[in-house]
Write a protein that binds this ligand. Structure first.
Ligand code: ATP
Length: 245
């Protein structure tokens, strides 16, 4: 069944000129799951997300979102197909207000779902319920937000496109532990309550594994480990060797 998984990646190879960043990466992501994408600096994690969202094009391989190959689909149409990407560094437009950033996120929205379960839809009100500090700061310029609030805004903006698959690139970067825990709790809720499928790139492996169903570890552009997140977290040898904790 082509639509059993939200995402199927098959034998993906991506290069920057002569530098190969990903080689033969294959991955299946079940609907309504959180997959942690771990690995050292330079392992290829950001390249992987950018290829899934169409910002980079693969040399070869397939990216199948909800049964449809999107490896050569224009970025806007990938958003319309239900994929949203929260980039590293967050990509918020600081000159605009919080609400303007959110409305911008809703300019291109998912059209129809291809499969029967239609997936979550989001309004401004839903985003403010999820992240109350954003409601209080709705009319303020994003430049006045703290790091944690900016991350909330970046996630909220991505949700406004009504994704079924949300990609996050290091959402915990630079945040205090309490805020990291809050962001992880929100991701868990979105999976549990709204059936969202999440791909979570993290340097903070411990936090990511605490909410993930599954984890992959990239090493020099290939998948070194693809495993149940709890089993990986409980495997002292693998954890020490690949995750450093
Ligand atoms: P980080 O956590 O540091 O962001 P990463 O796991 O996300 O690392 P990538 O940024 O995807 O890794 O990089 C994978 C490989 O591709 C690295 O060897 C990197 O040097 C190389 N690379 C990344 N971007 C470019 C680019 N624009 N041009 C050339 N090589 C690049």
């Amino acid at each position: 069944d082509a639509t059993a998984n939200m995402l199927e990646v098959e034998d993906l190879t991506v290069a920057y000129g002569a530098v190969r960043a990903l080689s033969g990466v294959s991955l299946s992501v079940p609907r309504g799951s959180v997959t942690a994408v771990l690995g050292a600096n330079g392992a290829g994690k950001t390249t992987f997300l950018r290829t899934l969202s169409g910002l980079l094009r693969p040399r070869s391989g397939r990216v199948v979102l909800d049964g449809r190959d999107i490896a050569r689909t224009p970025v806007e149409d990938i958003v319309r197909a239900g994929l949203a990407h929260v980039p590293e560094g967050r990509g918020v437009i600081v000159e605009l207000t919080v609400e303007e950033n959110l409305r911008l996120g809703g300019l291109i929205r998912r059209t129809a779902a291809r499969s029967a379960d239609d997936g979550p839809r989001w309004s401004l009100e839903n985003v403010y319920e999820l992240f109350p500090p954003l409601r209080e700061r709705a009319r303020r310029q994003a430049t006045t937000l703290s790091g944690g609030e900016r991350q909330m805004l970046a996630i909220g903006r991505a949700l406004m496109s009504n994704p079924r698959l949300l990609l996050l690139d290091e959402p915990s970067l630079g945040l205090a532990p309490r805020l990291v825990a809050q962001i992880m709790a929100v991701l868990r809720r979105m999976r549990d309550e709204r059936g969202l499928t999440v791909l979570l790139v993290e340097q903070n492996a411990r936090s990511a594994l605490s909410i993930a169903d599954r984890a992959i570890v990239l090493n020099l552009g290939t998948i070194a480990i693809d495993k149940d997140a709890r089993l990986l977290a409980g495997d002292d040898q693998l954890r020490h060797a690949y995750l450093g904790f």
